[in-house]
Each structure stands twice: as C-alpha cells, then as structure tokens.
Ligand binder design. Structure first.
Ligand SMILES: Nc1ncnc2c1ncn2[C@@H]1O[C@H](COP(=O)(O)OP(=O)(O)OP(=O)(O)O)[C@@H](O)[C@H]1O
Ligand SMILES: [Mg+2]
Length: 287
C-alpha cells in the first residue's frame, strides 16, 4: 500500500490570527518498504510534513491515506493510538524525550503503553536495542550517562520497540560525529532492507543519505517539487539549487565524470563500493 498525500495544506495559526503556510496543496505518493529521504531548505515544510505521518498534525485541507488510516481536517483523536504504534516518529533531538532511570525502562514504556504484557515488552525492548547495535549491558544503565551517540540510538530504539511499520525521523544524525552518523544511517537502511520497514528521513545533508536512500522528495515552500530516484535528482543542478541543496563534491565529480565519458549518470543508491565499481568499469571500457 502507498502513503498518499492529496492536496494537503497545513496552516499554522497564532493567537493574533497571523497565518503561516506549512504545507501548500502538497501531492505525494510514497511506496512502502523503501528508504525515502526528504530534503529542502530551512522552512520548506519538512518537519510539518513529518508530523502528518502519525497524525500529530492534521491537514487544514486535503486528505492523507497512511496504512489503513484516512486523515482529514477535523478528525477526532480516536484510533490515533493504533496509528502512532504503526508509525513511529523520531523528533530532531529525541534524547530530550528520554526520562526513565534505566535504558530498559525507557525502551519498555512504549510497548507497555501500546498494550503489551511485561515479558513481551521486555523482549521488545531487547530486540529494539539490538537492532540499533546497543549492547545488552547498556539496558541497566541510566540513559543520561550514555555517550551522545548511544543516547541518540536509545531514543530511536524507544520508537522502534513498539515495532512500527513506518519509521519517520527528523534529522536523526544531526549533531552526531561522522562515524556515528554513518553507523546510524546504515542501521536504518538495514531495518528497511532486512525487516521491510518504511524509513522516511529528513536531512539537510544530501551526502549522508546518498549511500542508502532510493527515493528522494524535495520540498520547497510547502510543495513537493521533486519525487523520484537519486540519479534523476542529481543530474538536475537547477532543481537542487531551487531547493537550496548544496551539491556534495562527490556528486559534482560524478556529473563531470559521466559527462566526460559520455555515460548516463549511474543509478543510485550510492554506497562507496558501488561507485568505485562504476568508475573502474567506465574507465576500463572507455579509456
Ligand atoms: N509552530 C509554528 N508556528 C508558526 N509557524 C510555523 C511553526 N512551525 C513551522 N512554522 C512555519 O511553517 C513553515 C515550514 O516550517 P517547518 O518547520 O516545517 O520547516 P523545515 O523544513 O522543517 O525547516 P528546518 O529545516 O529549519 O527544520 C515555515 O515557514 C515556518 O516558519
Ligand atoms: Mg524542521
């Protein structure tokens, strides 16, 4: 099943009736089971879009179909609990939502809240921790005594523990160092590939998702100005400029390279070994 946004507008209203458009008649159809990157300049509507996936925000106009749910303006909170179990939302600084005395208690909170019995919740906590590469030994520790990277993974594991089908994350790798960033992204890619989860990830850094994401959405002023595979996006420098996306040096190199050797821009995703093979093969065939 697809995740569908149909003419979705979201308007923020403040006390003095001032309005700000978060999303503007946005149309978007995403396929399940994929690793999807959402990019766009600051204020383009990325966080607003993400909060619609689990009904935290409801459209001011338009319709959203997610899993078996239909989200429309004015919908009541009924049924939202099930939607929130199946669509896990990770905010930009998720570690701020940690609160318990031990990592295990934090990880069990969601599963218990969504109706699991204690032994089942304990198992869900363990399995989520392992999926994010957190050692069992950490479960008894105080989450506030962990390293930054471990804390971030714990916070993401708290969402994963409820076993959502769709995982939606707002800049999950921001503030992490390069190594933790790569590790986190590759763990998310693995959840998608080996466990069939849909991963929707907002980022400012195109280069961090290039090795993993197969589907790209560009937002500009509350609209999706692009949705498609990376090779289409990367080949279009005008589009990236319009969306305020900095072109990573590796992409500039690939553009020049494919132009020079007159081969089509390679198909993504772009893990380093895939790129090395493409370059090696092209040189061998053309030189
Ligand atoms: N709580 C709010 N009240 C009023 N306007 C808001 C609110 N949150 C966002 N907006 C406005 O909605 C638009 C989209 O904002 P949003 O936060 O979704 O952008 P973003 O792409 O996530 O930006 P960033 O990259 O800075 O996180 C912006 O014009 C913003 O000013
Ligand atoms: Mg944002």
């Amino acid at each position: 099943m697809a995740l569908q946004f149909e003419q979705v507008t979201y308007t923020y209203r403040s006390g003095n009736q001032e309005r700000r458009t978060g999303l503007d008649a946005l149309d978007l159809v995403l396929e399940e089971g994929r690793f999807i990157a959402v990019l766009g300049a600051s204020g383009s509507g990325k966080s607003t879009l993400l909060q619609h996936f689990n009904g935290l925000l409801l459209p001011s106009a338009g319709k959203i179909r997610i899993l078996d749910f239909l989200l429309e303006p004015g919908l009541s909170g009924k049924g939202m609990k099930e939607l929130r179990r199946r669509v896990g939302l990770v905010f930009q600084f998720p570690e701020q939502q940690l609160f318990a005395e031990t990592v295990e208690q934090d990880l069990m909170y969601g599963p218990l809240n969504f109706g699991m019995k204690e032994p089942e919740a304990r198992e869900a906590a363990r399995s989520a921790a392992r999926a994010l590469g957190l050692d069992d030994e950490l479960l008894g520790r105080n989450p506030f005594h962990l390293s930054g990277g471990q804390m971030r993974k714990t916070a993401i594991a708290t969402v994963l523990a409820a076993d959502p089908d769709v995982l939606v994350l707002d800049e999950p790798a921001a503030t992490l160092d390069q190594a933790s960033r790569e590790e986190l992204l590759s763990l998310l890619a693995d959840l998608c590939q080996s466990r069939g989860k849909t991963v929707i990830l907002v980022t400012h850094r195109l280069e961090e998702v290039l090795p993993f994401a197969e589907d790209y959405v560009l937002l500009d002023q509350g609209k999706a100005i692009f949705h498609g595979p990376p090779e289409e996006l990367l080949a279009d420098s005008g589009l990236m400029e319009q969306a305020g996306i900095v072109t990573p040096p590796a992409v500039r190199f690939l553009r020049d390279f494919s132009e020079r050797f007159q081969v089509p821009f390679p198909e993504g995703p772009y893990p380093a070994d895939h790129l090395a093979r493409f370059i090696e093969q092209t040189v061998r065939e053309k030189a």
